[in-house]
Design a protein around this ligand. Structure first.
Ligand code: MLT
Length: 311
């Protein structure tokens, strides 16, 4: 009888609001993408997708909360390259396993990485910035969203390549609050996802030295690639995507996958995401298996580098 009730519940899913946990502060890239996509998913699902910000420990607190919730489709998470592919190598006691202990739903968007700095930092381009960092490794403050976050992970790669792994860093509960401090000049630079910095770069409240992608972004056509700016080895593609606890019923997973796909196909949603510099996921990346392959690919790539990085 219990099994029957469970099946019937899954078929009627969803009958109440769904919580989408964002593991960082409001106003950052993960929050922005979750709210844009979640709002449209609500229409397809016929129930509100309610964003809940649970920040801390580089996003691992919120993801642990989401993935250890009952697997009923009513708690899901918007994670990313950091929480799903980088965190396992940086937190030995991590309470979740993105490779074997998580139900992937789909990729929500690719998020190119930019090296950004406070507007009045002396270095006027990437070459000057690199020279300045190397000459003054004790003078600059990097902002990031905690060990294991995307900003931390990508700047850790950058600092490794520049030979300054131990530069001063200030941890925030997300790059939303970090960006506020960059705009007001309290910190010097960070590596952030394009989604939250695009508007500030256009408004000229901060400067962007380069985008770590093979091509410039249509959202910020004046920002050179790292290759054009003289640092071709710094290439990294970040992303955000949705996952649920392992064991979530197939009926619920199918409906979430469909709702995400419909959101990404909606013209209004697409325009908002593209204006912020998001790269739209392929059809394959929008499937649970396709997204799981992305998580694993990047975990395999990052683990050996991050395991050795200073935390
Ligand atoms: C955020 O939403 O604050 C960012 O995704 C944090 C990060 O850099 O990982």
């Amino acid at each position: 009888a219990l099994a029957f009730a469970g099946t019937a519940n899954a078929q009627n899913y969803p009958t109440k609001p769904i919580t989408m946990i964002v593991p960082f502060a409001a106003g950052g890239p993960t929050d922005i993408i979750a709210r844009i996509v979640g709002e449209n998913m609500s229409k397809t699902l016929g129930q509100q997708v309610v964003v809940e910000n649970v920040a801390g420990a580089g996003g691992t607190t919120g993801i642990a909360r989401a993935l250890t919730s009952p697997p009923d489709g009513y708690t899901i998470a918007m994670g990313h390259l950091g929480t799903f592919s980088a965190a396992p190598a940086t937190y030995p006691g991590l309470k979740y396993d993105p490779i074997n202990g998580m139900q992937t739903i789909g990729l929500a968007g690719g998020t190119p990485i930019l090296i950004v700095a406070r507007k009045n930092l002396e270095a006027k381009d990437l070459k000057e910035f690199v020279a300045y960092v190397k000459a003054n490794p004790d003078k600059l403050n990097e902002a990031h969203a905690g060990v294991g976050s995307v900003s931390w992970t990508t700047c850790t790669l950058l600092k490794g390549q520049l030979g300054v792994p131990k530069l001063n860093a200030v941890a925030y509960r997300g790059t939303g609050p970090a960006l506020n401090d960059l705009v007001s000049g309290q910190v010097d630079f960070m590596c952030d996802q394009i989604v939250s910095v695009a508007e500030q770069v256009k408004a000229d409240t901060i400067k962007a030295y380069a985008i770590a992608s093979p091509q410039r972004s249509p959202a910020l056509p004046n920002v050179p690639t790292t290759k054009e700016a003289g640092l071709p080895e710094f290439q990294i593609e970040a992303w955000n995507g949705i996952a649920a606890p392992k064991g979530t019923p197939k009926e619920a997973v199918d409906k979430l996958v469909d709702a995400l796909n419909k959101a990404l196909n909606d013209e209004g949603v697409k325009k908002r995401l593209l204006d912020l510099g998001t790269v739209m996921p392929t059809a394959e990346e929008r499937t649970p298996a396709g997204f799981a392959a992305v998580v694993k690919r990047d975990a395999d790539k990052l683990s050996p580098i991050l395991a050795a990085a200073p935390k």
